[in-house]
Design a protein around this ligand. Structure first.
Ligand code: SAM
Ligand code: SF4
Ligand code: SF4
Length: 337
């Protein structure tokens, strides 16, 4: 095994999130508020997006630098046409040991079987409420929650491994859904993970008092169904895991705001246009599409990525002030959540 590329804080590059589109079929208020992402919003043009061949080439170049886990995201990745073709290309790359997809699940009934056949290992579904009216309000959509549940069922039926559900909680909005979502996870054998609302981008009206601390979530769940902590299975695991004492599986919390985990952050992001970002809260990334389309060879691309990682010093969440981050930063739907 070659020496892993380390950043200025000694962190290796292990995970890559690949955004395949900046478009979405929902308008979650904390991610793509409709007043910003409305009919006049200028989404990326198709020829600006990396092609599947370009994405696969960059992943192949990054594996020897340390990347072993790849997650497809967006925007809504299932809006990207022929996504299973990309999955098949990535599944065929030696050294990619974990290939996952994050999706709102609305289109999963249509695509789950093809994704599984192409070699996708697992999916994470975002679902913030089980109550239909609450779901529609948070996702700012007419799509019923039943469609998301059908997507989860389709993923399970397609054999897409252990499906996980991610829920972002906002105080005074959907924090009343904690117990219902936990009960759903227990009944369905799905691990639900509660994520603290973050000030990603600058348009989602984040406020500290809207964050529901992970500790509070675990206290509430534990009061109903006793839980005990599960040791992390690998460094850099962002979710804190808890096991139901009665054997009904696990629940997790991602305490990005109240207990930041920058110290073990091994994650890079590739935007849909081929910029490499080394932090979710970065203002800008490094263009890899330019060199790629100008004919750079693999060694030059690897040197570019390795150089960016070697200079990485990010720890935005550890530096977050009480009233949030300051300065420009890219939107989540663009960089890939
Ligand atoms: N559309 C797909 C989905 O929703 O699963 C993939 C992209 S979405 C940007 C990825 C994840 O980011 C989702 O689980 C979403 O809930 C989360 N997310 C978006 N904005 C967030 C915020 N402000 N704070 C915390 N999580 C956020
Ligand atoms: Fe779309 Fe996912 Fe953002 Fe919701 S969280 S608006 S589903 S990209
Ligand atoms: Fe990683 Fe940046 Fe998040 Fe810290 S704030 S965990 S460095 S992505």
């Amino acid at each position: 095994m070659p020496e892993l590329q380390r950043d200025l804080r000694g962190r290796a590059l292990r995970d890559l999130r690949v955004s395949v589109t900046d478009r979405c079929n929902l308008r979650c208020t904390y991610c793509m508020p409709r007043e910003v992402f409305g009919p006049d919003y200028a989404f990326l043009e198709r020829d600006e997006l990396l092609t599947f061949e370009e994405i696969a080439r960059l992943v192949r170049v990054m594996v020897p630098l340390g990347v072993e886990k790849v997650r497809l995201t967006g925007g809504e990745p299932l809006l990207r046409r022929d996504l299973p073709d990309l999955v098949a290309m990535l599944a065929g790359i030696d050294g990619v040991t974990d290939l996952a997809l994050t999706t709102n699940a609305v289109l999963l009934p249509r695509h789950a079987a093809a994704l599984a056949a192409a070699g996708l290992h697992r999916v994470t579904v975002s679902l913030d409420a089980l109550d239909d009216a609450m779901h529609r309000a948070v996702a700012d959509t007419d799509v019923p929650v039943a469609a998301v549940l059908a997507g989860i069922d389709a993923a399970v039926a397609a054999g897409l491994g252990a499906v996980k559900v991610n829920a972002v909680l906002q105080r005074g909005v959907n924090d009343g859904e904690v117990e219902a979502l936990a009960a759903f996870g227990r009944d369905r054998g799905v691990t639900v993970r509660f994520i603290e609302f973050m000030d990603v981008g600058t348009t989602n009206r984040w406020r500290r008092d809207r964050v529901v601390p992970a500790a509070e979530v675990i206290d509430r769940i534990g009061a109903r169904w006793p839980v005990e902590p599960v040791e992390p299975t690998r460094p850099g695991e962002v979710a804190e895991r808890w096991r139901y004492v009665d054997g009904a599986g696990e629940v997790g919390v991602i305490a990005s705001v109240t207990r930041p985990f920058c110290g073990t952050c091994t994650r890079a992001r590739l935007s849909a246009v081929g910029e490499l970002f080394t932090c979710l809260f970065a203002a800008s990334g490094t263009d890899l599409r330019g060199p790629l389309r100008d004919g750079a060879d693999d060694a030059a691309l690897a040197a570019a990525v390795g150089g960016v990682w070697a200079r990485r010093d990010d720890r935005a969440s550890e530096l977050r002030a009480e009233d949030g981050l300051s300065g420009p930063r890219v939107e989540m739907s663009y960089i890939g959540g």
